[in-house]
Design a binder for this molecule. Structure first.
Ligand SMILES: Nc1ncnc2c1ncn2[C@@H]1O[C@H](COP(=O)(O)OP(=O)(O)OP(=O)(O)O)[C@@H](O)[C@H]1O
Length: 276
């Protein structure tokens, strides 16, 4: 940037630092909120296990002693309250709305903690949904949080864009399935984060293999894993493979993911701790 810069960009070079830096559209959180790190969990398409990974990461960091929260930004398909077995509704006072605690004390906000009838679909247009997610940041009294995990809706639509622009996202984890990794969908998600200047912290391949409970041989049910080569191609510093484990589904259905005691994401949690 030249010393004579008058911030009138039309008269200057396109490579100017000031001109190329995106203008911040971040919004301030509620005055009762102090979050140290915001981590997004994204996927190219639905049903690959994004909410499960969000929950496992939050549980793992909570076990390490950090104050952890989940902002469920998946307004039309909110699964976090169910995975944690939460039935209590959120309450508020004149200062704002309070998140609801899971059994082990992870703070959660989700549309399903606000709606009376959780079986009715949320039939809202994109900007209204994105506005609600923004309010989960501006109107919720989160308190002091070390790690906030944002469970994004799948794809690269309105909500991920709003979260990337409005919240101080430190980085994202991309959740994929072995089939999805060979497609261009995941590349779209990776390129979106690049465009938004948000670092991809890790790539998590879910349903990567099934380990036979008898002989312990690992079978790649959905095809060969491509997670390591994709991570290398995009210079993503961390990658991880999660197996198909029927206990996941059982714990999610029973709403007690916090008592699931296989620490598959221990390495990912240690990596996250080392980055921030
Ligand atoms: N590795 C796995 N092994 C067994 N079951 C799994 C595994 N991963 C996810 N599931 C099950 O698949 C279902 C979908 O998972 P989840 O809700 O996390 O997906 P999602 O990507 O968040 O979906 P959506 O995009 O619809 O929100 C859940 O019932 C979950 O228990």
């Amino acid at each position: 940037m030249s010393e004579e810069c008058n911030h009138e960009c039309s008269s200057c070079g396109s490579s100017c630092d000031s001109r190329t830096k995106p203008e911040s559209m971040q919004v301030a959180p509620h005055m009762g909120t102090h979050v140290k790190h915001v981590i997004g969990i994204v996927s190219g398409k639905g049903g690959v296990g994004k909410s499960l990974v969000t929950s496992l990461l939050a549980v793992q960091m909570q076990r390490k002693g950090y104050k952890t929260a989940i902002l469920d930004a998946d307004i039309t398909g909110p699964s976090i309250p169910k995975i944690f077995g939460m039935t209590e509704k959120a309450t508020g006072d004149e200062h704002g709305i309070f998140p609801v605690n899971t059994k082990k004390g992870i703070e959660v906000m989700s549309i399903n903690l606000l709606l009376e009838d959780t079986s009715s679909p949320v039939v809202w247009r994109g900007p209204v949904i994105a506005g609600a997610v923004k309010q989960f940041w501006t109107d919720i009294v989160w308190g002091d949080i070390d790690y906030m995990f944002v469970d994004m809706p799948p794809g690269t639509g309105d909500v991920p864009l709003t979260v990337f622009q409005s919240l101080p996202v430190d980085g994202i984890f991309v959740v994929t399935s072995p089939q999805e990794l060979v497609s261009m969908i995941v590349e779209k998600a990776l390129k979106m984060s690049e465009m938004m200047h948000i670092p991809v912290l890790g790539l998590i391949e879910n349903m990567s293999y099934f380990e036979c409970p008898d002989c312990h041989e690992q079978h790649e049910i959905f095809g060969a894993s491509h997670v390591a080569e994709t991570a290398e191609k995009y210079q993503i510093p961390h990658s991880m493979k999660l197996p198909i484990d029927p206990e996941f589904a059982a714990h999610c259905d029973a709403g007690d993911i916090e008592s699931f005691n296989k620490n598959y994401l221990e390495e990912t949690a240690a990596y996250l701790e080392s980055v921030f």
